[in-house]
Design a protein around this ligand. Structure first.
Ligand SMILES: Cc1cc2nc3c(=O)[nH]c(=O)nc-3n(C[C@H](O)[C@H](O)[C@H](O)COP(=O)(O)OP(=O)(O)OC[C@H]3O[C@@H](n4cnc5c(N)ncnc54)[C@H](O)[C@@H]3O)c2cc1C
Length: 422
């Protein structure tokens, strides 16, 4: 059991053979583990980093409705802000504002969120082994039957399990190694986020979204304020060095640069986001794939927390049913994909199509869209809409809702005036 000083053992309990091995102690891994542990399953989460929640690289922007749907009541210290709406800026700086009468989203401290979800899983009975990297999935006659883990000294050991839940995030290295189709690399953007200490002329209860190819090709830039006047400033790009784009955005953008002139960056992080829609197959014999590893992310906005957690909960439930039935075959586990597709499949597909369309828009078309939006009272319609936030899980994530009427409007007007280019 001991390999070069590495002991996969906890409180005298041998972890060589367990019900479920979860790869990754991010939100999705912890949430799947918690679901399983609540049922009494023997589940171990393997996290490569020493500390859960670090390094953190996410804006932590989620909807009230999303948290409600998950039944998550979070401790107060996780909340960094309450948000009522969004201000959208077209490439030339035309402003479009949507504000609700009550909060629609929260800004969460992502490090604390991850820690809290891990604590919930621990309390339910899951075990966490941190500082251990899952090197590969163990396969027996084509069936996933456990994980091979290694520590910093590269000592390796195998842990046998009935099911592996892969929540490894965007890298998808393990899936690649077993030949499962992974996320669409052509639709992965490189994101960067700076935490800054001071923003000016920003409504502290609104997020700001900056559109346009010049500053964030293939995505958008954002300023997400916290209550204390500090902010998360970020963007993603499909090409080029995100650091250069962020520098340009913060120093040269005609609107944003003025708001950030006194800002000092206190923390900088970079991480990819998968925008290509879910991978075609999220299960195999002995395996379920959840969260960003499965690309269960909204292509329009990059939001993956709420959808990932919804899918992680389904994965935990299905893995437990498999344990009860002693059936770990892909036929049995395929019910996971059926269920999560029923829940968010349509949304993921629609958002992927919309992202592709948005990427084809030139800056001048985007300017026209935002202009039309202001003129035709789209903001009012969105403010009054009953549950606009139903599918969104962050303010940034309101773009799909804006984009549908915007695009519809734009194409209608273009076809009427024959001035459009599409
Ligand atoms: C800049 C940025 C801003 C974002 N903003 C938002 C937002 O505002 N709202 C929102 O909803 N989403 C946002 N997202 C997306 C969100 O962060 C992801 O969708 C979410 O983190 C996915 O959770 P996950 O558990 O699937 O993966 P991750 O959070 O990536 O967790 C994966 C975990 O697995 C571990 N791991 C990986 N490989 C191994 C291995 N081989 N062995 C052991 N451990 C391993 C990693 O260390 C990590 O802890 C943002 C992303 C970025 C990059």
């Amino acid at each position: 059991m001991d390999l070069n000083g590495m002991v996969i053992e906890e409180n005298g309990v041998n972890l060589k053979s367990i019900d479920v091995a979860v790869v990754g102690g991010g939100p999705c891994g912890s949430f799947a583990a918690r679901t399983l542990a609540k049922h009494g399953a023997d589940v171990v989460v393997f996290e490569e980093h020493k500390k859960i929640g670090l390094p953190s690289h996410c804006a932590g922007h989620v909807s009230l409705n999303g948290l409600k749907r998950l039944g998550l009541r979070l401790p107060q210290e996780i909340f960094e802000n309450e948000i009522y709406g969004a201000v959208f800026y077209s490439p030339s700086g035309v402003e479009f504002r949507v504000k609700r009468s009550s909060p629609v989203t929260y800004v969460l401290n992502r490090e604390l969120l991850d820690k809290h979800l891990a604590e919930l899983a621990l309390k339910a009975g899951a075990r966490f082994l941190t500082g251990l990297r899952v090197h590969s999935l163990v396969q027996k006659s084509g069936v996933v039957a456990g994980v091979s883990v290694s520590n910093k000294q590269r000592a390796r050991e195998t842990v046998t399990s009935n099911v592996v839940i892969d929540a490894e995030g965007c890298s998808s290295l393990l899936l690649k190694r077993i030949g499962l189709q992974t996320l669409d690399r052509s639709m992965v953007v490189n994101a960067i986020q700076a935490e800054v200490d001071q923003v000016e002329d920003v409504d502290l209860d609104m997020v700001e979204v900056y559109l346009g190819q010049k500053y964030a090709p293939g995505f958008f830039a954002w300023i997400i304020p916290k209550k204390n006047g500090s902010a998360k400033v970020g963007l993603a790009t499909k090409a080029g060095d995100p650091r250069e784009y962020l520098k340009r955005f913060m120093q040269k953008h005609p609107v944003a640069s003025k708001k950030l002139v006194k800002s000092r960056t206190t923390r900088l992080s970079m991480h990819p986001i998968s925008l290509g829609g879910a991978i075609p197959r999220t299960y195999a014999d002995g395996l379920l794939v959840v969260g960003e590893a499965a690309s269960q992310v909204k292509s329009t906005t990059g939001g993956g927390i709420i959808f990932g957690l919804l899918c992680a909960r389904i994965a935990g439930e299905v893995a437990y049913e498999a344990i009860e039935n002693r059936d770990f075959s892909e036929q049995f586990l395929s019910r996971y994909q059926l269920r999560w597709k029923r829940s968010i499949g349509f949304e993921l597909n629609a958002m992927r199509q919309l992202r592709k369309r948005l990427n084809r828009l030139s800056d001048s078309q985007m300017d026209k869209i935002i202009g039309l939006c202001s003129r035709f009272g789209v903001a009012k319609a969105l403010e009054d809409a009953g549950d606009v936030d139903y599918e969104g899980n962050s303010l940034v994530r309101m773009i799909p809702y804006l984009s549908i009427p915007l695009l519809a409007l734009y194409f209608v007007v273009c076809s009427l005036t024959s001035s459009g280019s599409q």
